[in-house]
Ligand binder design. Structure first.
Ligand code: NAP
Length: 461
């Protein structure tokens, strides 16, 4: 036999590749979308429906039969019906005995019922092998093929063989099965699609709180104070000046809050002399949303860049520059170049540009497509070493920007310091503690603790 013909043989379909018929109960949105995808993947599909009349919406290669007739044609039956209508399945218990029933249902509320829908199905049809799957995939994504964000299918069930059969189908339709264990995990899997950005809640609420605080703080200092004492109306500051003050402040504080839990964890571990005791819950949760905190900080830093770019075209700024020129002309006096000021201004701009560049780099490396392509050491180098460098540059940018006014009485209106001074508290605290932790007398025991050493071992041999 020549080489070409053997290749052709290898590519030709063999009888062992033939897929088993799959039955889907329910010709609704999800049933049709999944049926369509399965037919494309080579599965013969038979629908079990209350009405055997086929319609143009139903995939054309699929058969539509009564529930009892359809169930007899397949070992695997996907129940694409709402939980509220599962009752009728008890009348089919005999036919469904020994079959694999795939529960794909979701609820409207978290923990809506005492037991998961899959466990409820298993109680209704005790002779069947129930597997939970597909509930985190939407009918729309299945139909339109936009499955990039939701390729993972969580699968759980008590029967290993049944679970394996369902996972084969998941793979065949181009998705990735994730075995979550026994049917007990179904409740948790059913709760996944009902969660609303769980990791983003804390960063977003915190940012909103800080934005509100700094907005009113700047409003009092920069608009109400000059109005009361100098009768000047600077209310237009609300549009650009105040947001351009709040954005860098938020970016800096949130970036510092990304690194603060790590520093706190180090202190706790040093104090306890072990890494084998759990951190308090609030610290655990804080550590889990550091990436989201960092991304929100990056969003504020990007807004600061945009607001800064429009400064030269602002009417107020153009008026101030022209009135300074006119006053110099009228007084016939040219202000000499202040070299110190020029240095300070160029330095804080350079620090800001470098800080923002590293900020963007941190954001890019936190994207799954990038972080999946670097090893653990590279990831830690970027997120920890470059992260601290970013914090140092951004803190220095703020300090050089306002450093010369720190002791000036005009910076304290109604005894309130400028907002940027407040923004330096958390980053400076993080950097000072981190610096102290680098000293060998603390760094060495901390490294040993993180490698498993305990000051007072709990379980001595
Ligand atoms: P749907 O469009 O309302 O379809 C449900 C189907 O259930 C109906 O078309 C009907 O099929 C059948 N049905 C309705 N009442 C019945 C009853 N009293 N007795 C027997 N069968 C009945 O709903 P769906 O969006 O396809 O959702 C189906 C299941 O998939 C739900 O449990 C849902 O939580 C889950 N799910 C849906 C999505 C999604 O994106 N839509 C995503 C994940 C999970 P026949 O007329 O053919 O009998």
């Amino acid at each position: 036999m020549n080489k070409n013909s053997s290749n052709i043989m290898a590519l030709a379909p063999t009888t062992s590749n033939k897929r088993e018929t799959v039955c889907i109960f329910g010709t609704g949105d999800f049933g049709r979308a999944l049926g369509h995808k399965m037919i494309q993947s080579g599965y013969p599909v038979v629908f079990g429906s209350r009405s055997t009349q086929t319609s143009s919406l139903i995939p054309k290669d699929a058969e539509v039969l009564s529930h009892a007739e359809a169930a007899q044609k397949a070992t695997i039956i996907i129940i694409a019906i709402q939980r509220e209508h599962y009752n009728f399945l008890t009348s089919l218990a005999e036919i469904l005995h020994g079959k694999v029933l795939v529960d794909i249902s979701n609820n409207l509320k978290l923990n809506q019922y005492p037991e998961s829908n899959a466990e409820y199905l298993a109680q209704l049809v005790p002779g069947a092998k129930v597997v939970k799957a597909f509930n985190t995939v939407s009918a729309w994504a299945l139909q339109s093929g936009t499955l990039d964000a939701s390729r993972q299918v969580f699968v759980c069930g008590d029967d290993m063989e049944a679970k394996q059969m369902v996972m084969d189908i998941v793979r065949a339709v181009g998705l990735t099965p994730l075995d979550q264990g026994s049917l007990l995990a179904a409740q948790e899997i059913e709760n996944y699609p009902l969660q609303l950005f769980p990791m983003w809640k804390f960063p977003i609420l915190l940012s909103l709180g800080l934005v509100a605080f700094f907005f009113f703080y700047c409003l009092i200092r920069d608009i109400i104070y000059p109005y009361v004492y100098e009768n000047k109306d600077f209310s237009f500051f609300i549009a650009i000046s105040i947001p351009n003050r709040i954005c860098p402040i938020l970016a800096l504080i949130l970036l510092a809050l990304v690194y603060l839990p790590g520093v706190l964890a180090a202190i706790i571990q040093l104090y306890r002399g072990t890494k084998y005791r759990r951190f308090p819950d609030w610290l655990d949760k804080w550590m889990l949303c550091r990436k989201q905190l960092g991304l929100v900080a990056l969003a504020f830093a990007s807004l600061h860049v945009l607001f800064t770019l429009v400064i030269p075209i602002r009417s107020f700024v153009r008026w101030r520059i022209s009135s300074q020129i006119v006053s110099q002309v009228l007084n016939n006096k040219t202000e000499p170049l202040n070299n110190t000021n020029a240095w300070l201004s160029d330095s804080y701009l350079a620090l800001g540009i470098l800080g923002f560049f590293l900020f963007v780099l941190l954001g890019i490396t936190s994207l799954p497509s990038v972080s999946n392509n670097v090893n653990w050491r590279e990831f830690r180098f970027v997120q920890s070493k470059l992260g601290y460098l970013t914090l140092i540059l951004c803190t220095a940018h703020t300090m050089v920007y306002g450093g010369k006014w720190f002791l000036s009485p005009s910076s304290y209106r109604w005894y309130l310091p400028s907002a940027y001074m407040l923004s330096l508290i958390v980053p400076c605290a993080v950097l000072v503690v981190k610096f102290v932790l680098i000293f060998p007398c603390l760094d060495k025991p901390l490294t040993r603790i993180r490698q498993g050493w305990e000051r007072n071992p709990q379980h001595s041999e």
